[in-house]
Design a protein around this ligand. Structure first.
Ligand SMILES: [Zn+2]
Length: 100
């Protein structure tokens, strides 16, 4: 993360603790700590993807992660679809045998 104060790409997610962090969390804001200037600030969870907050390298990693996740989802869908087809054909067979 790029620090909101000194603009150095040295901010990392800070452990949330206390009532204040908890309150911010409700509004989807996560505490960050800058290792360059030691500033603590909050950023929107969705804002993590904004180019002003992220370095190019981080954006690349996030893009890659998103692609991997999508690939996994597609694979799961194929497995579920195959399973559903098997189930239906099995039920169909069972029902046919009962009719006879
Ligand atoms: Zn800083």
């Amino acid at each position: 993360m790029i620090c909101a104060k000194c603009k150095e790409p040295k901010a990392h997610r800070s452990h949330s603790s206390g009532l204040k962090d908890w309150a911010y969390k409700i509004f989807q804001m996560i505490p960050y700590r800058c290792h360059a200037c030691k500033a603590r600030f909050y950023a929107y969870r969705s804002g993590e993807q904004s180019p002003t907050m992220r370095t190019g390298e981080e954006r690349k990693i996030m893009e890659l992660r998103r692609r991997i996740r999508w690939k996994r989802t597609k694979k799961e869908l194929v497995i579920y679809a195959a399973g559903a087809v098997l189930m239906i054909s099995f039920l169909y067979l069972v029902m046919q045998q009962r009719v006879e």
